[in-house]
Design a protein around this ligand. Structure first.
Ligand SMILES: *Cc1c(COP(=O)(O)O)cnc(C)c1O
Length: 377
């Protein structure tokens, strides 16, 4: 995929064809009839919610999930009435109205919120589809008590103002090697949900994120909810290619200045790096204001002139510096790649995440609104 757009300081290129293929790859591991719900919250993990949602649907997803009411509203405006949109998060009263206007499927667990949904639903003239959430061990949203989940599910099924659409949970450790806790969550959910599914035919059971989906069919139930893998990032934080995924996002900029820095001289705030020998330094007009995190200062590499170059000095809000080496040989205007490939070399989101002590999810999510996204197929 080609590099820097000469009209832009920085561009995140999102290959929506890769999103589509990653979906198809995920689907190939699902039994026929198991639904793929594509998770496009957080602006599609920073990749662009609408474009990635479209690509996921082309790749065989049958439903989209988001975290908030405004995300659901935006999707509904883009997609029209047909595609099911599921909100996984908690909603305030005002957000509930936005969610209902968007005809979104909703998460419920607290009886008072359920009552509010049922009451508001009559004002909107349709029966909202509800997914009752069991907290089987994550300790976030959802009812920890199996009895509460069962009561609420039965109440939703019996209430003609709403429709019981699903029973679901979320795993805390699906990406970890040790499966003990994961299996305890799975067993707890299964014990509660399977009898409910028998009692209420057509209700969807769902539990798996990308990591659990890749672990195998026992986690799949009727639907899986995949996010990170759609974007071609490895849910286990290692190598997406090992699972047949292609990273969809690459981050491109250019060399805005090249200068000679003598041995012992410094670049950047705080003089955190000094040239060990006379060298050439390239200045790239990207910084933490773009979401290229300051914590990467002196800790990662950048692709310039087809080679990996160490990022040196402290990353500023709008600029960063790379050591081009004593030989130099890089012209002002040369394309640079912060995430992605150049001439067969690659810097991955996983690699940057390790350097930052975080997870790959945070790398594209953290790219700020100042970075234009461009879409390629
Ligand atoms: C974000 C999210 C997912 C997707 O998780 P990935 O690890 O990105 O696949 C699934 N379910 C819920 C409830 C989520 O919040």
């Amino acid at each position: 995929m080609s590099g820097h757009d000469p009209f832009q300081r920085v561009t995140a290129i999102v290959d929506v064809g890769a999103v589509e293929r990653n979906c198809a790859r995920l689907r190939s591991g699902l039994a026929p009839g198991t639904e793929l719900c594509a998770v496009v919250k957080g602006d599609g993990y920073g990749h662009g919610m609408g474009e990635c949602g479209d690509a996921a649907l082309r790749g065989g997803a049958t439903r989209l999930a988001v975290a908030t009411a405004t995300e659901a509203f935006e999707l509904r405006e883009r997609l029209g009435a047909e595609v099911p949109v599921f909100i996984t998060g908690a909603l305030t009263g005002a957000e509930l109205d936005v969610a209902l206007q968007a005809r979104a499927e909703l998460t419920v667990w607290r009886p008072d919120f359920f009552a509010a949904v049922a009451e508001r639903a009559s004002m909107f003239g349709f029966r909202p589809r509800l997914h009752v959430k069991h907290d089987s061990g994550m300790g976030r949203l959802g009812d920890r008590e199996a009895g509460g989940v069962v009561r609420l599910a039965d109440a939703a099924a019996a209430d003609e103002r709403v429709e019981l659409a699903g029973i679901w949970t979320h795993f805390a450790t699906a990406d970890e090697e040790d499966e003990t806790f994961l299996r305890a969550q799975l067993d707890a959910f299964r014990a509660l949900a399977e009898p409910l599914a028998e009692r209420h035919p057509g209700v969807l059971l769902h539990a798996a994120n990308s990591a659990a989906t890749l672990r195998g069919p026992e986690f799949h139930f009727a639907m899986v909810r995949c996010g990170i893998a759609l974007y071609g990032l490895d849910p286990f934080g290692r190598d997406p290619a090992a699972h047949g995924f292609e990273a969809a996002l690459s981050l491109h900029t250019y060399v805005a200045d090249v200068k000679r820095i003598g041995a012992g001289e410094s670049v950047g705030y705080g003089r955190s790096w000094r040239a060990p020998v006379d060298t050439w330094v390239g200045v790239l007009p990207v910084g933490y204001g773009d979401g290229f995190r300051r914590g990467l200062s002196n800790r990662c590499e950048v692709l310039v002139g087809g080679a990996r170059r160490p990022l040196v000095g402290t990353i500023s809000m709008d600029n960063l510096t790379v050591d081009l080496g004593p030989g130099g040989g890089v012209e002002v205007g040369a394309p640079a790649v912060l995430i992605g490939e150049q001439d067969g070399e690659r810097v991955s989101a996983e690699e940057l995440a390790v350097a930052l002590g975080t997870i790959n999810y945070e790398i594209p999510c953290g790219l700020s609104a100042r970075v234009p996204r461009a879409y390629r197929t």
